[in-house]
Write a protein that binds this ligand. Structure first.
Ligand SMILES: [Zn+2]
Length: 248
């Protein structure tokens, strides 16, 4: 068994776990942002509905005021009737009163409409307010859960990185450098098993002579195509699995 090759495999397994944990750590803030956005949409809807409701109330007040003004106008016209000098003036005042009455009647039907609207919107606002409160509580508890989970993941990540460091110091600097380079250049995979003469990561054949050499287990080799470090799983010593690091 080549000890350095075994370290490379170990280093790879820890790297896989590290990358997965790092991804999971990023997941929580993304999910929190999503939840906050969702809540924000609902809150904006609630604010808009509330604004509609108070706008309708303002319209109602304005209509009532306009009706009161028209009624005052009619009262003034009626007073003026006592002072008219001829029939023409009298008819003009009657028309004025009639116009005001028509206007009042149209405004009164507007009032009915707006009152219906106020009632509907008021009920909606009340319901949404309750829902908003529930959503806020849910958001707080979900975010807390996500943050707690993330803290745990971070602790796990730190333990794992310490463990990876232990392997790192055991690796020859040259192999460590190449391995880190491959992590960056080859999608985080620096080590590949070879089965039946085929690199199991890039799926290309390695020359038969090289495969024989690999099975002899005398030198550390790299795939001629993807340049990953190769090992043959026929040697049990290299068959490490993530489960061997399950406590991390
Ligand atoms: Zn390959």
């Amino acid at each position: 068994m080549l000890e350095q090759l075994k370290f490379l495999i170990e280093y790879q397994i820890l790297e896989n776990k590290r990358a997965m944990l790092a991804r999971n750590c990023e997941e929580a803030p993304r999910r929190i942002a999503e939840l906050e956005k969702e809540f924000g949409h609902f809150e904006a809807e609630f604010i808009a509905r509330k604004a509609d409701h108070s706008h309708a109330q303002e319209t109602h007040r304005a209509l009532e005021q306009a009706i009161a003004d028209l009624e005052a106008k009619i009262a003034r016209s009626k007073k003026r009737m006592n002072e008219v000098k001829n029939n023409k003036e009298y008819q003009a005042i009657l028309r004025e009163i009639d116009d005001s009455k028509k206007e009042i009647s149209s405004k009164e039907s507007e009032v009915l409409e707006v009152m219906d609207k106020i009632e509907t919107l008021g009920a909606e606002v009340q319901e949404m307010e309750k829902a908003l409160e529930e959503r806020r509580k849910k958001l707080d508890s979900d975010c807390l859960e996500l943050r707690t989970g993330m803290e745990q993941l971070k602790e796990k990540l730190e333990r794992l990185q310490a463990c990876q460091k232990e392997v790192e110091v055991k690796l020859e600097p040259n192999l460590l450098r190449r391995s880190n380079f491959l992590f960056v250049k080859q999608a985080g995979i620096a080590v590949a098993p070879v089965e039946n003469g085929v690199c199991q990561v890039c799926h290309l054949n390695i020359p038969p002579q090289k495969f024989i050499e690999l099975q002899r287990d005398e030198t550390i080799m790299q795939c001629p195509h993807c340049h990953r470090f190769l090992y043959w799983p026929g040697h049990e010593a290299y068959c490490l699995s993530e489960d061997d690091y399950g406590n991390l």
